[in-house]
Structure formats: C-alpha cells, structure tokens
Design a protein around this ligand. Sequence first.
Ligand code: SF4
Length: 314
Amino acid sequence: MYAYGPVPSRRFGRSVGISPIPEKTCSYSCVYCQLGRTRNLTIKREHFFPVDDILADIEKVVSANEHKIDYLTLVGDGEPTLSADLGEIIHACKTRFPYKVGVITNGSLLWMQEVRQELSEADVVNISMSTSDPETFQGLHRPHVGLSFERVRDGIQQFATTFKGQIWAEVMLVDFVNTDSGEMEALRTLIDNVRPSRTYIMTPTRPPAEKWVLIPSPEKIIMALSLFGGEDITQLEHGTFGLDEFKSANEAISEICRRHPLRLSQARTIEAYFAQRSLDRLITEGKFKIVEYQNHKYVLPTEFIFGTRAVAQN
Ligand code: SF4
C-alpha cells in the first residue's frame, strides 16, 4: 500500500500520506526517528515501485475520502526524495486531484539539481533544519557517509532561492544535543537565510530510535519558540484516521503503525470501528509490542523498537 489515510497531521491537517520508497530507506538514521534505526542508509535515488501502482493507490484513497482531505503528502517511510519518481508523482497529483501537495523531506538531497527540479511543482516543502554545525549534524542525524553538513546546508539554501511554493522549516529539539542557546542562535541565522513561511518546533513525542533521547524542558522549548518565532507542535496530534480503504482491523493497524506510530487508545478505536479484536493476537504473535513513552502507550512494530535491526550503508 503506497497511499494511506487521511491521517491527522499536526502540520498538514487531514493528510493522505504517500510513500514512494521501501520501509526505512533513508539518507539519515536520526537518533529521534519514530521508525527506529534506518535499515537501508543510502543516497542513491531509485525507481523503487511502478508509478502507475502508486497513483492507483492514491486514486483509491482519494475517492474513498473526498471532502475529507487537506493535503496529499509525500512522506515515505524514510526520505521521499530518494524516489527517482518523485517529480512524476507530484506532477500527477497536481494535475489529477484538487488538493495541495506537500513533501516532508530531511533536505539532505537538495544539493542535487534534479531533486530541486522535481520538487518545483509542490505547494509546500517541509524541510528538517535542526543543526547548525557539523558535529551536531553527525550526532543527531547519523547521515550517509556521502553527506556533509556543508553540502546539505548549501543545498537547502540553493533550493530556497528558486522554489516558488512555501518552505516550512522543522526544528526537532533533542535535549543536550541541539538545545544549547549558542547552537540555537546559529540555527536561527541559517533558518532566516531560507526565509520559511512557517517554522515548526518539534520534540520527540513518539518513541525514538534511541532510548537515551530526551525531550527538552518546557523552558528550553519556550526559548526556542521565542527565538525562532515558531509554531509549537510539541503536543500529540488529535483526530481520526481514514479507515475506509482497509478491509479489517488487522490490516488497518498493521499498515498505519508502520507509517504513523499509534497510541494504544487509537489502535483500540480502530478495532471498535471494525468491531474486531486483532491487536492482542498481533502482539502474541510477536509482530507488535506495546511501548510506554512519555506517559502514553504506543503500538510499535517489533522491528522498530530501539533499532533491533542493523544499519547497512549503500
Ligand atoms: S527522522 Fe526522517 S530523516 Fe531521520 S531517519 Fe527517520 S525518516 Fe530519516
């Protein structure tokens, strides 16, 4: 399944997620990633899946949820700009459907001319901008060996000079990694140079790839909000998931969990929608586990939990 939702998104409202890449394929392996450690760490762009299949999936989700959608969002179970079909998918979305198209990217491939070109038809490109120096960049994102801080920073700035849509900057704060006041001041300068329409301040609200990742104190979050003039999306999202295209609670929970970690209460709501109890069996079979994080219980695929899979570099 390449398209799913709509899911409630703190930035994109009712968002149909589109994933044009295989699970956990990314150019980074961020310490805060809610999908666990990256399995396929790569900067090689590929035609991963048939575009017609992706578009057919989008069509199916859209027709089941007309009038309930704010954005079609390319997000991926990793980094969506790794798809060499990105431009074709965005163009098809813009011409076939009456919705805005957003892309959530870590920005690491914007130094590639073809990536900047392929993103040009999107309405919004949401870019991670969380570090202002090479050491913190390495520590927070654990990037592919082909990426340096300078290369990524310059690519983002180059993209910002030509892109006609809106750029939204996303700052992920991890305590003691990028919350030093000097670091934040330097980051503000970088973000100012990109002139984003919005800046979002985020914290790891869902279980992170590494156990030691900490949410900053309210004082540090407030400092960041005043420094960046950003919007606070450090709280959990609310809203319902589009379930019409799923045939069973089992399928819905399994698919949604892999893209959007579910709170236990949300998984139980899905079971109630289908009048089926399937979660307990999925847990007994070892496919999912319940993880407690920040006073909430989450249902996570077993392989997501604190990086039980190795990182391979391509
Ligand atoms: S947080 Fe995003 S950029 Fe970082 S590893 Fe996860 S998917 Fe990749």
